[in-house]
Design a protein around this ligand. Structure first.
Ligand code: ADP
Ligand code: ZN
Length: 730
């Protein structure tokens, strides 16, 4: 890839835009010339769109028809590392390069000079009359503050019309100001002393500092039990990157964790880092993007999309809770942030730290094979010990009819309440009940657009489709037989468990933490802090509670249904169950109070449950690895999913069968093609999904073969074929 090659006025240049064209377009360099990497504006049909000069033009068109570049954007040029990263990520994931560019140019108002846009901020004035709509606007302002809001964004976030904003503006409760220019982030001071570390921590921290100091690519698995102080340790690696004058990026799997992390960074380095995720306002994101490009932002904490920020000199990437499935982007460009992070770092000569108590099997295997270094923190920090784990055998310790908690678990919760300690009841199911059934005719309530059941959400008083998000009020009579009062909720979700504990412990303070609550990151952080400070006796939660929160008073974790994730044929079922339950159990007994984790199960002798209980992780990984290897499954073989999304079954299966018949190129390389079959949820939002699965040995040029295969088949209009490299579930 040429580095900043320049093209004089009139020379033919290739410009990549984020338009879905999947090709670089030819233009003429404008007056003053352009260089590779420059952000430009080019005419496209009647429009003008932003793009990046990608290299020399291809030529071959009538030179008279080639239009000149319309202008340059005031943005630091895209660096060669970024162009290489986007190219290789596109090749690896079989995603059009234009779609990758879109990820890399997600800066609101890209290239508009600062100060040319107006933002709305809280003013001194008070509204003359407080309406619910006005209150919501003020609440949003209160929550985000910072750089202010683009007017459209504010009305959207608050769910109010622009006239509400105008009213507030007229009264001085809102003021319109030019977007502030160049508000630099406060300097982080890498030379401030950290907390004294334990011997294990010191060893790990020194090893990590050394890898950053090489200024070369490397990946290290930092495997440490929950509470071992992984964060404390990788912040030392961040300190080293700061000392080197290089930038660092920390990825977190959950926005709700960033608040606590920002505080920890501030405590360690004296200032807050830049933040990048969907909960950050446009103006803040723009500020972050620009400061990252200019090298002014030293540390960014963010979601997976932060990988596509234009770092000037990335020296360290940390992927915290690296096993977390939310790192896989499941729509648009299908990429895994861990794997793309390793690619990004290898191009930028950066060190990677993958931190987890329960690494992904892929990561474990890479460390086992010596591709990644590995550091272990086998003990909790200080005197804290790991929770004791035990099974509750539901065949003998059976809950009463219509309840879900065994007498044994209920007694343990009671004992915690009496001791002034907290209990966490974990069930990875949102809502009140997963199924609503008519006891008169047997009809099950389903979504009209999807092959999915409607899930009752009693707090919201609605039935919700977890596939498409559509919802409706809970009916009183059956939509099928119209008999009244026979609709019955079957099975528990977290809301139902909360109802049960409320009935059993009417005086206890109960908090429900579920991933579907419509809360801002800040409100959620406040609620989590309140729980951590002792503001609840019983926490009932979905997988959101499994991730990295510290609850010092929590001494009991009850897993309501340890068998839940073991059902189904998914190859990762065992791994996921193991990770999730170990992770959630790790919440117990953090501070200096010993903890207990109780697993309600109907199959205590199941291999995975036994492995969770006895804690012999290496044995579990070895057994899993052996099973995967025998099946030729990842990471020992390769897989790709093909998803065909069509308006009807005929078109979907037509394309699927054509692909299956055309698979000679793949099978000659030793790959196998399975399907087409209907996807697990075959109909979503009224569209049909059909899948094929490709299994291939390692070491073949799989992507090239897949690309050729896909283009060998005619795809009818309104039908999409997506290839998912390394699918997370199959
Ligand atoms: P992990 O990420 O491995 O679960 P954390 O880094 O969150 O662990 O640390 C767990 C708890 O132990 C935190 O409350 C943290 O502040 C504390 N801790 C860890 N290491 C130290 C240390 N060296 N000195 C003081 N407190 C520590
Ligand atoms: Zn639906």
């Amino acid at each position: 890839m040429s580095h900043g090659r320049s093209f004089p006025q009139g020379a033919l240049v290739g410009v990549l835009t984020a338009e879905p064209l999947d090709r670089v377009l030819d233009y003429k360099a404008p007056e003053g010339g352009v260089s590779t990497g420059d952000f430009v504006v080019v005419p496209l049909g009647p429009r003008k769109v932003a793009g990046v000069v990608w290299g020399p033009g291809e030529g071959g068109f009538d030179p008279a028809k080639i239009r000149p570049v319309a202008g340059l954007l005031d943005v630091p040029p895209m660096r060669p590392e970024m162009r290489e990263f986007l190219t290789r990520a596109a090749d690896y994931t079989l995603t059009p390069l234009s779609m990758m560019l879109r990820l890399a140019t997600r800066c609101p108002g890209l290239g508009q000079p600062p100060g040319t846009r107006d933002v709305l901020r809280r003013g001194q004035g008070a509204p003359d009359r407080m309406t619910p709509a006005r209150a919501r606007v003020l609440e949003v302002l209160e929550e985000h503050g910072g750089a202010g809001f683009a007017p459209g964004e504010l009305s959207q976030l608050a769910g109010v019309s622009s006239s509400v904003l105008k009213g507030l503006e007229a009264q001085g409760a809102l003021v319109r100001v030019p977007e502030p220019r160049d508000r630099p982030y406060d300097r982080l001071d890498g030379s401030l002393p950290g907390r004294p570390l334990s011997d294990d921590q010191t060893r790990a921290a020194e090893a990590l500092r050394a890898t950053v100091a090489t200024r070369r690519y490397s990946t290290t698995l930092l495997k440490g039990v929950t509470g071992s102080g992984k964060t404390e340790v990788y912040l030392e690696a961040v300190a080293e990157a700061l000392a080197q004058g290089r930038q660092a990026l920390v990825l977190l799997p959950e926005i709700a964790l960033t608040g606590a992390f920002l505080d920890r960074v501030e405590e360690r380095f004296g200032a807050k880092p830049a933040e990048w995720h969907s909960g950050v306002t446009q103006a803040e994101r723009r500020r972050c993007w620009n400061a990252v490009a200019e090298g002014q932002a030293q540390l960014v904490v963010g979601a997976r999309s932060a990988l596509f920020l234009p770092f000037r000199d990335l020296g360290l990437l940390v992927v915290d809770e690296e096993h977390d499935s939310s790192y896989k982007q499941e729509d648009g460009a299908l990429y895994h942030a861990r794997d793309m992070g390793v690619l990004r770092a290898s191009i930028s000569n950066a060190a990677v730290i993958l931190a987890s108590a329960t690494p992904a099997l892929e990561t474990w295997a890479n460390a086992d094979a010596g591709k990644y270094a590995r550091l272990d923190l086998p003990q909790r920090f200080g005197t804290a010990s790991l929770p004791e784990m035990a099974a509750v055998d539901m065949r003998t310790d059976t809950p009463e009819r219509g309840t879900w908690l065994s007498p044994g678990l209920v007694e343990q919760v009671r004992a915690r309440i009496e001791a002034g300690e907290q209990s966490l009841l974990f069930l990875n199911r949102r809502g009140y009940a997963p199924l609503t059934l008519c006891r008169a005719c047997g009809h099950q309530l389903g979504c009209t657009h999807c092959d999915a059941r409607l899930v009752e959400h009693r707090f919201r008083k609605r039935l919700v489709c977890h596939q498409c998000g559509d919802s409706q009020p809970i009916p009183t009579d059956c939509p099928s037989c119209h008999v009244e009062g026979k609709l019955t909720a079957i099975g528990p979700g977290v809301e139902r468990i909360a109802e049960e504990v409320t009935a059993r412990f009417p005086d206890a303070r109960i908090a429900v933490l579920s991933s579907d609550q419509l809360e801002s990151a800040r409100a959620l952080k406040a609620r989590i802090e309140q729980i951590a400070a002792g503001g609840a006796d019983i926490i009932v939660g979905t997988q959101i509670v499994a991730k990295g929160h510290n609850f010092p008073l929590l001494t009991l974790v009850g897993v309501v249904d340890a068998d839940l994730g073991l059902m189904g044929a998914d190859l990762r079922a065992a791994e996921r169950t193991f990770q999730l339950i170990r992770q959630v159990a790790g919440r117990a007994g953090r501070a200096e109070r010993p903890g207990v984790a109780l697993l309600q199960t109907y199959q205590p002798e199941h291999g995975v449950i036994r492995a969770i209980l006895n804690g012999d992780e290496e044995a579990f990984w070895r057994a899993e690895a052996a099973a995967r290897e025998a099946a030729g499954a990842p990471p020992y073989g390769r897989m790709a999913g093909v998803i065909i999304n069509a308006p009807d079954e005929q078109r979907a299966f037509g394309v699927g069968r054509a692909l299956a018949q055309n698979a000679g190129g793949l099978t000659r390389l030793g790959a196998q093609v399975f399907g087409p079959v209907a996807a697990p949820v075959a109909r979503v939002r009224g569209r049909i999904r059909v899948r094929l699965l490709v299994k291939a040995p390692r070491g073949i040029a799989l992507q090239a073969a897949l690309a050729a295969w896909r283009s060998s088949v005619q795809v009818p209009s309104n039908t999409r074929v997506t290839i998912d490299i390394d699918p997370q579930s199959f």
